[in-house]
Design a protein around this ligand. Structure first.
Ligand code: SAM
Length: 440
C-alpha cells in the first residue's frame, strides 16, 4: 500500500503502484469511487462494497495535485454482495474491454446503472421530473444478458490474430467464447481464423433475417488475399481498403425485420446493436410520440428510417414526416426502405444546420443522436420549433442529462424517462425521454 505520493517509485511501470482500496458508490464510465488519503480514486473491475488491491493508472508524482486518480482492481480481498463468477473469462482488467461489468450480477448492474443515471440527471440540474423514479429496465425476455450483440468490431494484430482490444489499450486480446455476441456472429468462429496481411479490423453483423456479414477492413488489404473459411457459411463478405469497398460475396447490405417492416442497412452502417432494441425502441417511441393523424414529425438522426416508419404510421397519408440523416448512404436507404410511405421524405444534412435553415415548425420530433448528444444549440432550436412533443432516444445519459437541463430552461418539462439495459454486462444505458411544453 502506498503511504503517500512521495514514497511511490518513479518510472513507467504502472503495475508497481498498488493500493488497497475500499470501494464505494458507482461513478460514470463503469468505474466506482474509492478514497485514498482523502483523494478520490475511480476504480474499474470492482463492485460496490469490495476491498481490492488496485493498480494505479496515474502517476502520483505527475498527478500529485490532481483531484482524482484512476485505478483498476487486480485482486479482490473482500468480495461485495453483487459479485458473481464472470460471464466472460477473457473480459475485464487485462482482458478484452467492452464487458466491464461481466463480474456483477445482472439485477445489480441495472440497480447500479439506475444510480448512475439518477446522479447524472441531478448533477445536470434536471428538476421537472422525479429523478428517483428512473430505473433501468431489462430488454423483454432477457434472462442472462448474453448473445445480444448483433454488431461486433474485432481487432486484428500484426500476425493476423483476431480478438478485441483491452480497455484503453491497443493490445489485441483473445475473445474466447465471446458470450455477448449474437449466435450468428459466434458461429463465424473468427477467433480461430488468421486474417490476411493488412487486415486491421473486422466488422461482423448478425441481422434479424438473412445471412450474416463480414467486412474486412485495412488500408492496404488486398481483396485477392482473402480466402473465405468454411465456418463463414453463406455470410456476405466484403473488403474495405483505401480504394473503397470490394464485395467478395453478397450486396454489402443486411436485412432487418421490425414487426411487419423490412429495413435494408449497409453492412457497416448504423443499426441498433441489441437484437431486441429496434423492436423495443420502436414500441416505446410509438407510445411516446403521439403525433396526430394529418400532423407533422421530424425524425432527426434518422439512420435508415426506423423511427420515421413509426411516425409515418401515426400521421397517416395526410401527414408529413422528414427523416434527417448525415450519412448519405443511410439516407438513401431510408428513402428506399420507406418508399411505400409517400408521407415520408428524407434529407441528407447535418441535423443542426437543417433545423437552423428550416422555416416553420413541426408538431413532434423524435431524435436519436450519437453519444455526443444533440447539444445545447439544437435543443434551443427545437424548443422554439416544436409545437407539441419531443421524444429523445439516447445511448449516453451524460449528454442526455445536459440536453434535458438545457431545454428545461427554455420552458419545456420532462414528462417521462425510461431507461433500458440494451448493453448488458457493460455500463452503457439506452433511454427514451419524453418532453412537453411546461405550459401544455
Ligand atoms: C444513434 S444513430 C440512430 C439512427 C436511427 N435513429 C436508428 O435508430 O436506427 C445516430 C445516427 O445519426 C447520424 N448522425 C450523426 N451525427 C449527425 C449529424 N450531425 N447530423 C445528421 N446525422 C448525424 C449517424 O450517421 C447515425 O445514423
Amino acid at each position: 500500500m502506498i503511504a503517500d505520493a512521495e514514497r511511490v517509485p518513479s518510472g513507467p511501470a504502472l503495475g508497481d503502484r498498488l493500493l488497497t482500496l475500499t470501494v464505494g458508490p458507482p461513478a460514470a464510465g463503469g468505474t466506482f469511487v474509492a478514497r485514498h488519503e482523502g483523494r478520490v480514486v475511480f476504480v474499474r473491475g470492482t463492485a460496490p462494497g469490495e476491498t481490492v488491491t488496485a493498480r494505479l493508472l496515474d502517476d502520483p508524482r505527475e498527478k500529485a495535485d490532481a483531484r482524482f486518480w484512476r485505478a483498476e482492481a487486480l485482486d479482490v480481498l473482500e468480495a461485495g454482495v453483487d459479485r458473481v463468477p464472470t460471464v466472460w473469462e477473457e473480459a475485464g482488467v487485462d482482458g478484452v474491454g467492452g464487458a466491464e461489468w461481466a463480474h456483477i450480477a445482472l439485477p445489480a448492474q441495472r440497480r447500479i446503472a439506475s444510480e448512475v443515471m439518477q446522479e447524472l440527471l441531478r448533477r445536470a440540474g434536471v428538476t421537472s421530473f422525479p429523478i428517483e423514479q428512473v430505473q433501468v429496465e431489462p430488454a423483454p425476455h432477457d434472462v442472462d444478458g448474453l448473445a445480444w450483440r448483433t454488431r461486433v468490431r474485432y481487432a486484428v494484430d500484426a500476425e493476423g490474430r483476431i480478438g478485441m482490444r483491452g480497455w484503453r489499450s491497443h493490445e489485441v486480446r483473445p475473445v474466447g467464447e465471446d458470450p455477448l455476441s449474437a449466435q450468428a456472429v459466434r458461429e463465424l468462429r473468427l477467433g480461430e481464423w488468421t486474417a490476411p496481411e493488412g487486415t486491421e479490423a473486422i466488422d461482423a453483423v448478425a441481422p434479424s433475417t438473412g445471412p450474416a456479414s463480414v467486412v474486412l477492413i485495412g488500408r492496404d488489404l488486398d481483396p485477392a488475399s482473402v480466402q473465405i473459411p468454411e465456418s463463414w457459411g453463406d455470410a456476405d463478405v466484403a473488403v474495405r481498403n483505401a480504394r473503397g469497398t470490394v464485395m467478395l460475396r453478397g450486396e454489402g447490405t443486411v436485412h432487418e425485420r421490425v414487426g411487419e417492416r423490412m429495413f435494408t442497412v449497409s453492412a457497416t452502417g448504423f443499426w441498433q446493436s441489441h437484437r431486441r432494441a429496434a423492436e423495443l425502441l420502436s414500441d416505446v417511441v410509438r407510445t411516446a410520440l403521439g403525433v396526430p393523424e394529418g400532423g407533422s414529425a421530424w425524425d432527426l438522426y434518422g439512420g435508415v428510417g426506423l423511427f420515421s416508419a413509426v411516425a409515418a404510421e401515426q400521421v397517416g397519408p395526410e401527414g408529413t414526416v422528414v427523416s434527417v440523416e448525415g450519412n448519405r448512404r443511410a439516407s438513401q436507404l431510408a428513402a428506399e426502405n420507406l418508399e411505400d410511405l409517400p408521407q415520408v421524405s428524407t434529407a441528407t444534412a447535418d441535423v443542426t444546420d437543417w433545423v437552423t435553415a428550416r422555416r416553420g415548425g413541426v408538431d413532434t420530433v423524435v431524435l436519436d443522436p450519437p453519444r455526443t448528444g444533440a447539444g445545447v444549440e439544437l435543443m434551443g432550436l427545437l424548443a422554439t420549433a416544436v409545437r407539441q412533443r419531443i421524444v429523445y432516444v439516447s445511448c449516453e445519459p451524460a449528454t442526455l442529462a445536459r440536453d434535458l437541463a438545457a431545454i428545461e430552461k427554455k420552458g419545456w418539462r420532462l414528462a417521462d424517462l425510461r431507461a433500458f439495459d440494451l448493453f448488458p454486462h457493460t455500463h452503457h444505458i439506452e433511454s427514451v425521454a419524453v418532453l412537453e411544453r411546461a405550459t401544455s
